[in-house]
Design a binder for this molecule. Structure first.
Ligand code: SAM
Length: 224
């Protein structure tokens, strides 16, 4: 006999696969590593319990403290934009509920993720631990200052919007690495921007798509 929990897990898996087909592949995400990570990570276990039935919808959801878990498509798009091939050391700024970190952890070797709100960091840490994401390291602090201890990083992803790409993060990026961040001159509404560090530290900047992220608050971000 199939028990209730198995039925629920099957239902969430089928919703997740549909999410990937309809929201992600159909919109042009092609990287097989990203597609397989998005098919695997149980998004419904990262959202607040009362929103679990909305976990696979095509939108961001509130996670408390006026913060959000990003829309699945944006998570996939940003992950693809990092051009990971597997085995990297990645830095994420803005852990939130830890979902993006889990997606990265399916591809990269080590993921360091910084969150400024201690309660969110603690919750994300517990969720990631319960799912055995032992290669994700959650740190509480101001991510605009990066994490010098483990620098340089093969890739850096910022999941909150700031007025400019923090200089410190550019310094902590490896030569040949990519950094993706929502950048905008106003607190709400940004352009997803990718910079690539070439030899001699030469920076190439590309504007990708328009996005709407919560603000990046910190020394090299917005002031409160
Ligand atoms: N990546 C997250 C996920 O998968 O749920 C979504 C992140 S949410 C859109 C943005 C997060 O960035 C919030 O949790 C917010 O507290 C955090 N944040 C904002 N400024 C920050 C900073 N300077 N350092 C670290 N985290 C910051």
């Amino acid at each position: 006999m199939i028990d209730n929990n198995t039925q629920k897990a099957d239902l969430f898996e089928s919703l997740r696969h549909r999410m990937v087909e309809e929201q992600i592949i159909r919109r042009g995400v092609t990287n097989p590593l990203v597609i397989s990570a998005m098919k695997k990570v149980p998004r419904h276990l990262f959202v607040p319990k009362d929103l679990i039935h909305k976990a696979y919808e095509d939108r961001p959801l509130p996670i408390g403290h006026e913060q959000t878990i990003s829309q699945p498509y944006i998570v996939a798009y940003m992950t693809q934009a990092l051009r990971l091939v597997g085995g990297e050391k990645v830095l994420e700024i803005g852990t939130g509920c830890g979902y993006q970190a889990a997606v990265l952890a399916e591809i990269a070797k080590e993921v360091y993720t910084i969150e400024r709100i201690a309660e969110l960091a603690e919750k994300a840490k517990n969720t990631l631990k319960s799912l055995n994401y032992n290669n994700v390291h959650v740190v509480v602090g101001d991510g605009t200052l990066g994490l010098d201890e483990f620098a340089p990083y093969d890739a850096i992803i910022v999941t909150a919007g700031g007025p400019k790409i923090p200089k410190t993060l550019i310094e902590q990026l490896k030569v040949g690495g990519s950094l993706v961040m929502p950048v905008g001159e106003y607190k709400y509404g940004q352009t997803l921007t990718r910079i690539t560090k070439g030899v001699n530290g030469k920076i190439n900047e590309e504007k990708l798509i328009d996005v709407l992220f919560v603000p990046l608050i910190g020394d090299e971000g917005w002031k409160q």
